[in-house]
Design a protein around this ligand. Sequence first.
Ligand code: GMT
Length: 373
Amino acid sequence: MRIGIICYPTFGGSGVVATELGIELSKTGNTVHFLAYKMPVRLDISLENIHFHEVHVPDYPLFHYQPYELALSSALVDMVKLHKIDLLHVHYAIPHAYAAYMAKQMLAESNIDIPIVTTLHGSDITLVGSHPFYKPAVTFSINNSDLVSSVSESLKVDTLNLFNIRKEIKVVPNFIDINKYEKLQTTCSRDNLAQPTERIVSHVSNFRPVKRVHDVIDVFAKIQKKVSSRLIMVGDGPDRKSAEQMAKDLGIGDLVDFVGKSNDVYRILCSSDLFLLPSQKESFGLAALEAMAAKTPVIASSQGGLPEVVVHHSSGFLVPVGETDKMASYAIELLSNDDKLHQFKVAAFTRAKEFDIKKIVPKYIELYKQAFD
Ligand code: GMT
């Protein structure tokens, strides 16, 4: 099959899922064409059957806003015609599903019928998409996709509650390549990350307000009073500066490392003893799954899709949003007990295996088949 994948190229989960999916599909003889405004961060175009096309939006002074959707739908039409694409898989409703619908209509004029599979990832529904400015267009794009998937049951329920959806929504969870994690585990080294006597606590996100990074600092401030430990904050975004300031104000600036966007995330995760994800809401929480695949238990908020990933009292703990005292007390309990921590690490990895790429990608292939019916 020749598949076109449209995604955001950034460090965010939707781009990661789209990229890893495309790479896996390319290994089984499919040809995958990626279309985005920049090369997706995890994409390797030296791989066989993988192609990348950049959407270019010329800067024209007359426009106050440059028309990205227009450029994207035109690029889609060109890509489908030139490379004889069989199916488009768009990740994130805004504006990808909308642009794909426009491309589908344009292609129909050339007697080309291209199925569109839309995958909803989270903020396209819960944070941005449901805003009155976008709602009619998002509703329309979802209803006019040939097939729609969401990354968790929780996101499916939110979508049905927030929009007037006539389409069935299939749930296909996020995934990780457990083989890759198993191989990396043998090379995992915590050298230079912390002192041998310190526990390592970590957090990875884009530091948007929804991630509640100040809760991460607050929880860690309580942990380090009882357990010798160090916090590694990976990523960058709007709340980074104030989180750094908060750590300094609390007198723990020297115990918290803000390492920014890192290509060494795996080493940090596999060296960690605990991962914190206290988000206001996560449709799934790919970062939590990646931590678990690296044998690191997770303390997360009991919101959105996180309870579909983390098993309370087994692979981690789930706590209501904002209850940092409770999060800290679970963390201290775990980090002070070697046997319990070991049990949780094993359970985290066992749970992560349920989301192995080999189990999840066939579900997308099944969706593609249905899209042709
Ligand atoms: O979490 C982010 O801010 C990035 C965002 C994205 O759109 O890339 O992630 C969303 O999609 C991921 C992949 O499906 C999910 O694992 C994340 O939970 C989801 N983020 C939110 O719902 C806030």
